[in-house]
Ligand binder design. Structure first.
Ligand SMILES: Cc1cc2nc3c(=O)[nH]c(=O)nc-3n(C[C@H](O)[C@H](O)[C@H](O)COP(=O)(O)OP(=O)(O)OC[C@H]3O[C@@H](n4cnc5c(N)ncnc54)[C@H](O)[C@@H]3O)c2cc1C
Length: 381
């Protein structure tokens, strides 16, 4: 595969997702944001087209596509609504973790339902006192016969309360990152409850809640991978998750740029169309250049993850940082180019800005992305 040219399959996949976003998501995005509505029915329609298990194995209903395909799909979906695309990205990440690290019975039990989105999934790593420093989590998982008993709180969990499956990383020993283990917790597990839906700046069309385990008892068979492998599993999920979130930023920024170009062809100031002012033309050009640089970098990192190259994790971190920063700025510039109208909800740009802001914070903040890159640079020397 050339980094610089998509083949017919790539184009067909992107077009399918673009059509879905245009017909099923975009017309409702502002309304869902305003009403804080989580459109599970539309997510299931996306799943029917293979977009809930994009890079998951075919034997459990996945599409077995590449990370590059996923980047194309999430960019396209995010043109309709970054929030909906982002929830799908988290569902995809959790589903892949069960496919990749689950045993045969776990894959058979949950995989097909997750691929169809009959079951929705959430990823639970962050805690109230442990965000960036994920190895500092405190949630305990104690073995008790054929069960594990979980105690602790997960913070900021996307989809919580609505999801059916929670991939939870908890502590089975005090041995730092080596003492962490992954579990699959089902919604009806005794002792599992959820906090209130957080009031947020953006991402309003999906819920964010605490996940609370109070003597939450789950079968030992729900342990994902070996005891002590939880940190590795959580980080493996995030490599792809970071690309997906970056792709969601790319789609949002591309949409915001298109809106700015269209608006500037209509709007007049000083008896001239906005798009005739060279200062503003240069602004548009810079936005287009940054967008294309973001897209190229994202595809490069996705291709590295597909090829499992040794630098894939660092490239995913670099791309996440670069793309989510650049695309937030593009969206914010598009708002500025709309003048006061950009600040009004009906024009759709302020929602993109609000939605894209959080991509610089989650799935590892952009400071932590720099930490990953810097560590690798220093260790290599
Ligand atoms: C809407 C939303 C949805 C989310 N969804 C999920 C989810 O589904 N699952 C999940 O597990 N988590 C989720 N998160 C949590 C998210 O991943 C964390 O918020 C993020 O990792 C940052 O952790 P923190 O908020 O505790 O910030 P902190 O770790 O307290 O960091 C505060 C600031 O300090 C900086 N900082 C911290 N340490 C360093 C350092 N060593 N060097 C330089 N700077 C540093 C950070 O970058 C940040 O700017 C979500 C968050 C939000 C807001």
């Amino acid at each position: 595969m050339s980094f610089f040219a998509l083949n017919d399959d790539h184009r067909a996949i992107a077009e399918m997702a673009q059509n879905f976003a245009r017909e099923k998501i975009a017309p409702h995005a502002l309304d869902w944001d305003e009403r804080k509505h989580f459109p599970v029915d539309v997510l299931r329609e996306a799943a029917a087209l293979g977009m809930a298990a994009i890079y998951t194995s075919e034997d459990i209903g996945g599409s077995a596509l590449s990370r590059l395909d996923a980047a194309l799909i999430f960019e396209a979906l995010a043109r309709g609504c970054p929030t909906i695309a982002a929830y799908l990205s988290i569902h995809n990440m959790s589903t892949w973790m069960i496919d990749r690290f689950g045993d045969e019975s776990q894959r058979a039990k949950w995989g097909p339902s997750l691929s169809r989105m009959d079951l929705l999934a959430s990823y639970c790593l962050t805690e109230p006192a442990a965000g960036s420093d994920a190895a500092a989590i405190k949630m305990k998982a104690r073995r008790d016969g054929d069960c594990y008993v979980l105690n602790g709180v997960k913070q900021f969990i996307s989809g919580a309360g609505a999801s059916d499956i929670y991939v939870i990383i908890a502590r089975t020993s005090d041995d730092g990152a080596r003492g962490m283990t992954a579990f699959v917790v089902e919604k009806d597990a005794p002792g599992l409850s959820f906090g209130a839906n957080e009031r947020k700046m953006g991402w309003n069309a999906q819920p964010t809640r605490q996940v609370i385990c109070d003597d939450c008892r789950i079968p030992a068979a729900n342990r994902l991978g070996e005891e002590g492998h939880g940190f590795k599993i959580a980080m493996a999920g995030l490599d792809g998750g970071r690309l997906n979130i970056a792709a969601c930023s790319l789609g949002g920024a591309a949409e915001a740029l298109d809106k700015a170009v269209a608006y500037m062809a209509e709007r007049q100031a000083f008896n001239k169309k906005l798009n005739t002012f060279q200062a503003l033309q240069f602004r548009l050009a810079d936005m287009a250049i940054d967008l294309e640089a973001s897209r190229s970098f994202l595809w490069r990192a996705a291709s590295a993850l597909d090829a499992k190259t040794p630098d894939a994790t660092a490239l995913c971190a670099m791309a996440k940082k670069f793309v989510t920063d650049a695309c937030f700025t593009i969206a914010n510039d598009a708002l500025q180019l709309h003048g006061g109208y950009g600040y009004l909800a009906d024009y759709g740009v302020e929602k993109i800005v609000r939605d894209l802001r959080v991509h610089q914070i989650l799935e590892g903040s952009n400071e932590i992305m720099r930490l990953i890159v810097a560590r690798r640079l220093i260790e290599e020397k």
